[in-house]
Structure formats: C-alpha cells, structure tokens
Design a protein around this ligand. Structure first.
Ligand SMILES: *[C@@H]1O[C@H](CO)[C@@H](O)[C@H](O)[C@H]1NC(C)=O
Length: 280
C-alpha cells in the first residue's frame, strides 16, 4: 500500500469511528443498559441496535424495565410515545430511584397519566429525598403525546433537577442547601426505571374513569435513549438561560395544572421550606 492509500484507509477508519460514536450517542441499546423488572414477554426490545422498546399492559399485568447501572447525577433523554386512543386508567412512567428498601430513598419522577380519547394526558412530576416526597407539579402538554415520539429529559446535577420535554423545561427543582434547606437528592445513586401499568383506582379524573379492557393490550414505546454522566458533560452546569426561562414561564402560565407550592388547603400549617424560594 502506498502512502496515499494508507491515508485513505485512515480517513475511512476515522469516518466510520465517528459515525459509530454518533449513533451510539443518539441511540443507546436497551439490551445492554437495561433489564426487565416485570411483565415478562410484555417487554419487547427491537431495532438492529436494540434502540426501541415497547411495553404492553393487558388484564394479566403491566410491564417495566430498569437500568443495570446506577448513576449519581447526569442527564437522561428518552424518546417516548404513549398509549393512543382511550388510555384512561393507564400510567406510563420514566423515573429515577435509589434503592427503595432503605426506607429513605430518593426519587425523581416523570409519570404520564392517560385519559379518555380526545382529553389530554397529565404529566405528573415529583421529587423524593430521604424517603419524603410531596413535591408534586402537574402539567398538560401542547401536543398529543400519543401521536409521535417526543424527547423527555431529566437533568440532575448537584445544583438542580430539571424536567424537560423537547428541550422545553417544565420544571426546575433547586438545591437550596445554601439557604439551610436540606431537601435535595444528592448522595444516593439512582437507577433509571420505566413502566406501564394499570392505576385506574386513581389515575384518570381522580379514579372516576376506569380502564377500558376491551381496548387491551395497551402499548407505550421508548426509543433512542441517551445517558450522559460524562465528567465534562454539559449536564453538569445545565441551568436556565433567558430563552429557556421564557419557555418555562410559558409552560407554567398555560399548562401547569397543579403546584404543591400553591396548595393552601393541603399545606394550611406550613408550606415546604423551598416554596418561598422556588420562583423562577
Ligand atoms: C383528563 O381530562 C380532563 C378533562 O379535560 C382533565 O381535567 C384531566 O386533567 C385529564 N387528565 C387526567 C389524568 O385525568
């Protein structure tokens, strides 16, 4: 091989290596990073690189999966498409949790509550620290999440937790330890979990609308996840900028349907301490 050919080979090798790493970034392999938690054959991985996963729910059972590894901080992106049509009673989840057997677990929750056809999904978010939760915020969306895949992201760094949909922040939950508030998950590593299950005793319109089993099996789709916990990752310093703050305010004004920090009935004695700071 002449010098020129060797250079060409090198160029091709570099180009292929770049392509491979770019694909790995865009679409992780569910078979490598995750394992089933329940539902047996109702958890189905597909695609040449294992980059798609479908969960189903039928009368027998729901289904779910979790990451094999644990993470202490990072950013997780998951493309999801929810149960279409009459999804009342079904709950689809994507969340982080530390070991629940300790009784003092941490958790960062995204839950998607189904609805009757034509009525909006509810996005439920919550944060647990040392076994305590009660930090709920809920939203509707500005699109129908059962028609197409959208990207749902959790950014978790020592300063904040951010919930995003297609890069638009729905919610920012900050660490106010500099103000003496210790409620923030920051020492226990967490796994990534996802599930589809029946919760028709509470999920839709307060439990009044039941799951229509004649429409079963119900299916929710996950694909192209990305986990970034790299040392120099952008997630480390991720925060609001003027544009994303404007988007957050737009969501809060038009799509927020519940905020624990304004629930006077529930917290008639005292609001959780972070509420007096938590205005973005
Ligand atoms: C379902 O639709 C009703 C009526 O639009 C709405 O109030 C509710 O928030 C929606 N979501 C759930 C989970 O009930």
């Amino acid at each position: 091989m002449g010098m020129h050919d060797q250079l060409l080979v090198l160029k091709v090798v570099v180009a292929v290596a770049l392509m491979v790493s770019a694909t790995a970034y865009a679409a992780g392999n569910f078979n490598t990073e995750f394992e089933s938690t329940f539902g047996g054959p109702r958890v189905r991985v597909s695609g040449p690189g294992g980059q798609q996963l479908a969960l189903t729910l039928d009368r027998g059972s729901g289904s779910g999966f979790k990451s094999k590894r644990e993470y202490l901080f990072g950013r997780i992106d998951m493309q999801m498409k929810f149960v279409a049509g009459n999804s009342a009673g079904t709950v689809t989840t994507f969340y982080l949790s530390s070991d629940q057997s300790t009784g003092r677990h941490d958790e960062i929750d995204f839950e998607f509550l189904g609805n009757v056809s034509g009525q909006p999904y509810t996005i439920h978010t919550n944060v647990f620290s040392q076994g305590q939760g009660n930090r709920e915020q809920q939203f509707h969306l500005w699109f129908d999440p059962s028609q197409n895949f959208h990207t749902y992201s959790i950014v978790w760094n020592p300063k904040l937790i951010m919930f995003l949909v297609d890069e638009t922040p729905l919610r920012v939950f900050r660490n106010y330890e500099n103000k003496g508030i210790t409620f923030f998950p920051k020492v226990q590593p967490q796994r990534i979990f996802a599930s589809l299950w029946n919760a028709d005793d509470w999920a839709t319109q307060g439990g009044r609308v039941k799951t229509d089993w004649s429409k079963a099996p119900f299916t929710a789709y996950y694909r192209n996840f990305n986990i970034d916990n790299s040392i120099n990752g952008k997630w480390k310093t991720h925060d609001l900028n003027p544009y994303s703050r404007m988007r957050l305010r737009w969501v809060q004004k038009n799509y927020m349907i519940y905020n624990y920090c304004t629930d006077w009935k529930r917290f008639s004695q005292a609001f959780p301490p972070e509420c007096k700071h938590a205005i973005e």
